[in-house]
Design a protein around this ligand. Structure first.
Ligand SMILES: Nc1nc2c(ncn2[C@@H]2O[C@H](COP(=O)(O)OP(=O)(O)OP(=O)(O)O)[C@@H](O)[C@H]2O)c(=O)[nH]1
Ligand SMILES: [Zn+2]
Length: 297
């Protein structure tokens, strides 16, 4: 039996599926190790024609965490793009978008927003106005309609996805599955194969999985809306994950300013001048509060 290299394409508990060349391998870890994430490049030792043991994980380019109460667990690794799917309806939560953007910035992953269901014209302008905040921060917003203009949706998204390892996230009902099915025509079959192999029975949508769009481009679909794990962020990482704070950092009266209520805080000055959205500053304060509960400063 020989060692091999593969990429983790699905994870369910401590059961994993790896793709190694043309082989799909069911994998387990040694001992109780469970720090393997979808997207990991792993060293494998074959134990049968379709089974292997994960011997090691290669160094990760990026790592995203999902939140599990007060703990952060691994969501996906080696991702280079985060695509946040929102829609004209149902309404989306700004808080979740901003948390996802912070997670992406902190991980060094380029975040994009996809506005789906542009065919629902009644709420299109209102939604565009809400998203203007993020466009103003430098995040690209791509407009699509998976239902009424599927080919245009693929044409809009392919340049964003090409050559990248992307992860799609979105609150329920935004059309994430519809978009993934357009981009990966055999996604349903792949999911069925993987869930049969991982023995997840009918819970076909409860695990994160990776699909290839072409040789250089992959897409990770994660179930439900993943609340990102941000507890591991330090205060310094957190303030830098808000791009609009950038021009103000270093200009506060106190070098170790927390930008919460200090006198002559440049960031608070930016909020007062209308340059920083109060909602974003409030989220910064909230995230800082949340990570203080766990990591402490
Ligand atoms: N009007 C309109 N409806 C759409 C569009 N894309 C998806 N939908 C509908 O929106 C609903 C949700 O789509 P899904 O693709 O299942 O959404 P999802 O984000 O994967 O949601 P979950 O499966 O709950 O996670 C379905 O009824 C789709 O038919 C679109 O471009 N326009
Ligand atoms: Zn400050």
């Amino acid at each position: 039996m020989s060692a091999d290299t593969g990429i983790i394409i699905a994870a369910h508990g401590r059961h994993y599926m790896a793709q190694a060349g043309d082989l799909r391998l069911q994998c387990v870890t040694r001992g109780k190790r469970s720090d393997v994430a979808v997207g990991d490049v792993v060293t494998l030792k074959l134990t049968s024609a379709n089974q292997a043991v994960i011997e090691g994980i290669q160094e990760r380019k990026t790592l995203l965490y999902r939140s599990d109460q007060y703990k952060s667990k691994l969501l996906a690794s080696n991702v280079t793009r985060l695509l946040i799917v929102v829609a004209t309806e149902p309404a989306f939560a700004d808080d979740l978008i901003s948390r996802a953007l912070v997670a992406a910035d902190a991980a060094g992953v380029e975040a994009h927003i996809i506005l789906n269901k542009t065919d629902v014209t009644a709420s299109l302008e209102k939604t565009r106005k809400r998203l203007a905040l993020y466009a103003g921060l430098g995040y690209q917003v791509h407009e699509v309609s998976a239902r009424t203009a599927p080919e245009a949706a693929v044409a809009t998204l392919m340049p964003v996805l090409h050559g990248q390892s992307s992860i799609f996230i979105g609150q329920s009902g935004m059309g994430k599955s519809s978009l993934i099915n357009l981009l990966v025509p055999d996604a349903d079959i792949a999911v069925r194969e993987i869930s049969a192999a991982l023995d997840t029975g009918k819970h076909t949508t409860t695990f994160t999985r990776l699909y290839w769009i072409d040789k250089e481009s992959s897409v990770i679909d994660s179930p439900g809306f993943q609340e990102f794990g941000l507890h591991q962020l330090t205060e310094g990482m957190l303030e830098r994950a808000f791009p609009e704070f950038g021009p103000y950092l270093g200009n506060c009266r106190f070098y170790n300013c927390h930008h919460i209520s200090e006198p002559d805080c440049a960031v608070l000055g930016g909020v007062k001048d209308g340059k920083i959205a109060p909602m974003r500053h409030a989220l910064y304060a909230q995230l800082r509060h949340e990570s203080m509960q766990t990591v402490g400063y």
